[in-house]
Design a binder for this molecule. Structure first.
Ligand code: AMP
Length: 420
């Protein structure tokens, strides 16, 4: 047997309290927000048949060629830990014949084998929504607004919303031809990958981070210059609605999605506070993806937001000195039963309660209560048991008073509120 490795795998993270709680709160805030727009949660497996991702991301994408956690299970099936949420959602919707139109959201981990750095991990959280069966520009604008509202709700101030349109099957070919010609004239300036992209998928050159490639495409024909009248109108209506909603945005011609099933609106949220990995989330229309998966012709749009980066960009609220927890302290073994009963009663009333069953002495119980940062102790001794009262000690102020058994729940609630 090899020795147990003491450290976590590269690119993964541990979340101990209170960071774990902050993460869950952000997820809960996203769930609540998505629900207020009519979205319902979909839960799909963490791994899928590898073909699901190859089909949606394309065989030549970075995700598929370099970043997937792919493995064979014991029966030799080719499986992959999900690198993104959308493909599994589309697969599940079609497999379960979910009625459309439908609005779905998901929350969960994704896995990519990329070089870890601040804001980039091998396991990270994504929060996503997908509106399937909705074609109109007002849906696009509402979704863009929803994402931005979420970041604002976390207190992220410097989130910039960027938008673009990449056209459709009608208008894209003429842009592609123009772009190809433009890039062929500048082939020597492009990196090896981009030289291959000229023929395969020239739009991807816009995504390249290599400086010479960025320079080369600075004056390249943009998708927006080639929009057909229908795409142009669609985009104008998206922008008009963003204006109506008072959402500030920037137009970004470089915001493209290289895959054929993407169309029209693309958008991204970026934060200057994040450094190199500045994308908080992104999304776009993918009107042709469901068809690609063998489903009916269904317009669709969605986004994926990065939970880790959102939490990096959001201000950290000060952690309260004490938390809503009542610690029940017993003086002698004779009161253990009563302590247990009281704790159960408090829990049934929705008050978190804990008892130290191992301590032999009162002092030890107070120490445990303090280590747990409990708000108060409720002390039960022989006298209290006879009188039917408890001693309630506020651990923030040290004040202690007697409370009768019938009002203990109300008194603890009051104390939580005072400390809150
Ligand atoms: P993408 O599917 O690449 O557009 O990713 C959507 C969002 O997920 C990004 O904007 C990031 O916020 C987040 N994200 C993507 N990859 C990672 C990663 N390796 N680590 C942390 N967050 C990530």
């Amino acid at each position: 047997m090899s020795e147990l490795k003491q450290s976590r795998p590269k690119g993964t993270q541990d979340f101990v309290p209170p960071d774990s709680e902050r993460r869950r709160q952000a997820e809960a805030a996203f769930r609540r927000l998505a629900e207020t727009y009519g979205y319902r949660e979909i839960i799909t497996p963490t791994f899928e048949h590898t073909t699901v991702f190859v089909k949606s991301s394309g065989e030549t994408s970075d995700i598929v060629t370099k970043e997937m956690y792919t493995f064979k299970d014991r029966a030799g099936r080719d499986l992959t830990l999900r690198p993104e949420g959308t493909p599994g959602v589309v697969r599940a919707v079609l497999e379960n014949r979910v009625r459309m139109p439908c609005r779905l959201f998901y929350v969960g981990p994704c896995f990519r084998y990329s070089r870890p750095q601040k804001g980039r991990y091998r396991e990270f959280g994504q929060l996503g929504i997908e509106a399937l069966g909705e074609a109109g520009p007002l849906t696009d604008a509402e979704i863009i607004f929803l994402g931005s509202t979420f970041f604002a709700s976390l207190g992220i101030r410097d989130c910039t919303t960027q938008v673009n349109s990449i056209g459709c099957r009608e208008c894209r070919p003429s842009h592609r031809d123009a772009l190809r010609r433009f890039l062929l004239d500048r082939k020597e300036q492009l990196c090896d990958d981009c030289q291959l992209r000229i023929e395969r998928n020239p739009l991807r050159v816009f995504d390249c981070k290599v400086e010479t490639c960025r320079q080369a495409v600075r004056d390249a024909p943009t998708p927006r210059q080639y929009l057909c009248p229908a795409c142009k109108t669609h985009f104008e209506q998206v922008l008009a609605d963003l204006n109506r909603r008072g959402l500030r945005y920037e137009l970004n011609d470089r915001l493209v999605r290289g895959l054929d099933y993407y169309c029209r609106t693309t958008f991204e949220y970026v934060s200057a506070a994040l450094g190199a990995q500045d994308s908080l989330g992104g999304g776009g229309r993918y009107d042709y993806l469901l068809e690609e998966f063998g489903g009916p012709d269904t317009p669709a749009i969605g986004f994926a937001l990065g939970l880790d980066r959102a939490l990096l960009a959001a201000p950290v609220a000060p952690v309260p000195e004490r938390r809503n927890l009542a610690f029940v302290v017993w003086l002698t073994d004779a009161e253990i039963g009563a302590a247990e009963k009281l704790a159960d009663r408090l829990r049934a009333d929705g008050i978190p309660a804990q008892v130290d069953y191992d301590a032999r002495k009162v002092k030890g119980q107070f120490k445990t209560a303090d280590a747990a940062r409990a708000a108060c102790c409720i002390i039960i001794g022989p006298d209290e048991l006879i009188k039917g009262v408890y001693s309630l000690k506020d651990l923030a102020t040290g004040e202690q008073r007697e409370v009768s058994a019938d009002v203990v729940t109300a008194e603890v609630r009051k104390l939580f509120a005072e400390q809150g």
